[in-house]
Design a protein. Structure first.
Lengths: 189, 188
């Protein structure tokens, strides 16, 4: 009887395990994101609003969501005219996010995220030195592979520098710059 | 007395070394003879150094003895000269000269910035009949971040590549792939 009872319990446990295994979401967990990345950006032939061109952002980094990754982000920003202090201490102008869409490519799949409007992103760019800082939060909107059903948000704290701003006024022929970024947030996969 | 004197001298020496190191970051500076390689792609973008021709944006990865593995991006503008040359695949070509270029290499220890201007900093050959091209570009290091915040020196890239897409009108732009070796000397 004892052996039969034990076998019965084991069968039930095996059934539960099988049910869990058949339901991928049962493994879904929320990860408190911690990572960093670095890269560059350049003016793109792309615009969200028809007013200004977006920038194409290319970078690589690593985090605790999926390890090493490479990323591309298409983001558009607009100056507000308000004053601020750039990361290097020089006087600057506030800019805000118009819209951004990001793809992070890990070994386990791609993670998609997006942000829209000033509430999702704002920063300060120097009026004289090229130094800039930016805080931006994206909503995760799924992806592929491990991240097919991902949700949550990722926030980036960025510092960087404009390295080439040809034209008059500067940047009217495009902008090329570099940045480093720390990423935080919470993602459920 | 001898031990006490020796200890005193060692203390003074340690103090001097500590003061020099603490007050002068360059005490750690060293010049590295660069050796590395890389590969990537390049595409025409909505950016121009001179307002006349659009630049190309290159994205590539590689590794060298400055900082190990890196990912990099470069914005570069070239113009075609009237001179003749031989492309890497042996076909007849036209000389290309650099207008301007800015590059960022992102290593784990930091980012390295470099730039070059004019024909003296870069030239190459683009085949007239095939998709082959070759370039040699010399960029001056202009600092960076982290380990490379005070970096200086120069990097020389010897590059061969293939144009993979060059759509005709109404299309425009170039997309190609390349491989390069990098040499030079960098002080960080």
């Amino acid at each position: 009887v004892t052996i039969k009872s034990t076998c019965s319990r084991l069968s039930i446990m095996a059934g539960i395990i099988a049910m869990i295994a058949s339901n991928r979401k049962a493994f879904g967990g929320t990860v408190t994101v911690k990572g960093s990345d670095a890269g560059t950006f350049v003016t793109a032939n792309f615009t969200y609003d028809g007013v200004a061109p977006a920038i194409s952002i290319t970078y690589a980094g690593s985090d605790n969501l999926g390890g090493p990754f490479t990323s591309q982000d298409i983001g558009e920003y607009v100056g507000t005219g308000s004053s601020c202090t750039a990361p290097d201490g020089s006087a600057g102008t506030v800019f805000v996010l118009v819209q951004a869409t990001e793809v992070d490519t890990y070994n386990q799949g791609q993670l998609y995220s997006t942000g829209t409007g000033a509430a999702a992103g704002s920063g300060c760019t120097s009026n004289t030195t090229g130094s800039f800082g930016l805080s931006e939060t994206h909503s995760v909107i799924g992806g592929t592979g491990k991240f097919a059903d991902a949700s949550g948000s990722i926030a980036g704290t960025t510092t960087g520098k404009d390295l080439a701003v040809p034209g008059s006024p500067p940047g009217s022929l495009g902008i090329f710059g570099a940045f480093q970024d720390v990423r935080t947030g919470a993602v459920t996969d | 007395v001898t031990i006490k004197s020796t200890c005193s001298k060692l203390s003074i020496m340690a103090g001097i070394i500590a003061a020099v190191i603490a007050s002068n970051h360059n005490a750690f500076a060293e010049t590295i003879k660069v050796k590395g390689s890389e590969a990537g792609t390049s595409v025409t973008v909505n950016f121009s150094f001179n307002g006349v021709t659009p630049a190309n944006y290159s994205t590539f990865t590689g590794s060298d003895n400055i900082g190990g593995p890196f990912s990099a991006q470069q914005i570069a503008d070239f113009s075609l000269d009237t001179g003749s040359c031989m492309a890497p695949d042996g076909s007849a070509g036209t000389v290309a000269v650099l207008i301007q270029s800015t590059e960022v290499d992102s290593y784990n220890p930091g980012q390295l910035y470099s730039t070059g201007v004019g024909a003296a900093a870069g030239s190459g050959c683009l085949s007239n009949t095939t998709v082959s091209f070759g370039l040699t570009v010399i960029l001056s290091v202009t600092g960076g971040t982290g380990k490379f915040a005070n970096a200086s020196g120069s990097l020389t890239y010897t590059e061969t590549g293939t144009i993979l897409a060059a759509p005709g009108s109404p299309g425009s732009g170039l997309f190609g792939a390349f491989q390069a070796t990098r040499t030079g000397a960098v002080t960080d």
